[in-house]
Design a protein. Structure first.
Length: 176
């Protein structure tokens, strides 16, 4: 384990040096790797669940799992950056995910290009960004009542887009 960590460090340090030598070109700055489903499952869904946690449970009472190293936690709430800080971080991840929903070239899992030019797409993306920032501010106040309001706002943003482009009888019809 220790040896892997050291190797990683050396590799990262080497990357740092070459990054200094050459600024990324405009083309390298934005790249699409995931389809829309993968982006949702990998980024938006886990972050939203962390934000939603604060509706029913007080993040301030979450403790690291006994016997588990918080630095290796798979649940942000029990990690080194746990408790309310995990809610803040997940809220920021959601706000930033709005940018990922607008990078040109992303397709849905059925190969249909994501309808990013549709004004409703931009509207739902703006709603995710603003709900994310509102969740961040609410988490900073450590106020669960505010988190309940914000969670409503967030799930409305998710649901609006899903109603329009995801919830079809067959996956082949998504995003059309
Ligand atoms: C701008 C539109 C849009 C917004 C906003 C959006 N989604 Fe999605 N979501 C989609 C589309 C379109 C799909 C289907 C993508 C595909 O099939 O590739 C999807 C798929 C998903 C999936 C995967 C479903 C499956 O079949 O496995 C999850 C999970 C998900 N979204 C969660 C969320 C959450 C949570 C939010 C809010 C924080 C959210 N989404 C906001 C458009 C959106």
């Amino acid at each position: 384990m220790l040896r892997t960590g050291l190797t990683l460090f050396v590799v990262l340090a080497a990357c740092g040096v070459s990054a200094l030598a050459q600024e990324p070109s405009a083309n390298e700055a934005q790249q699409v790797q995931a389809n829309m489903n993968q982006l949702m499952r990998g980024v938006l869904y886990p972050a939203a669940n962390v934000v939603f946690f604060a509706q029913a449970d007080d993040p301030g009472t979450v403790k690291p799992i006994p016997g588990n190293d918080p630095a290796m936690a798979t649940d942000p709430l029990t990690s080194t950056y746990g408790g309310w800080q995990a809610i803040e971080n997940a809220a920021m991840a959601l706000a930033e995910s709005a940018n990922l929903l607008l990078i040109p070239g992303r397709a849905c899992s059925n190969g249909v290009p994501a309808p990013m030019k549709d004004p409703d797409w931009s509207k739902f993306v703006r709603e995710v960004r603003s709900a994310g920032m509102n969740a961040y501010k609410a988490a900073q106040t450590r106020n669960q009542d505010k988190m309940i309001e914000i969670s409503e706002e967030l799930s409305t943003a998710c649901a609006g887009c899903h109603l329009k482009w995801r919830n079809r009888r067959t996956p082949a019809d998504r995003c059309k």
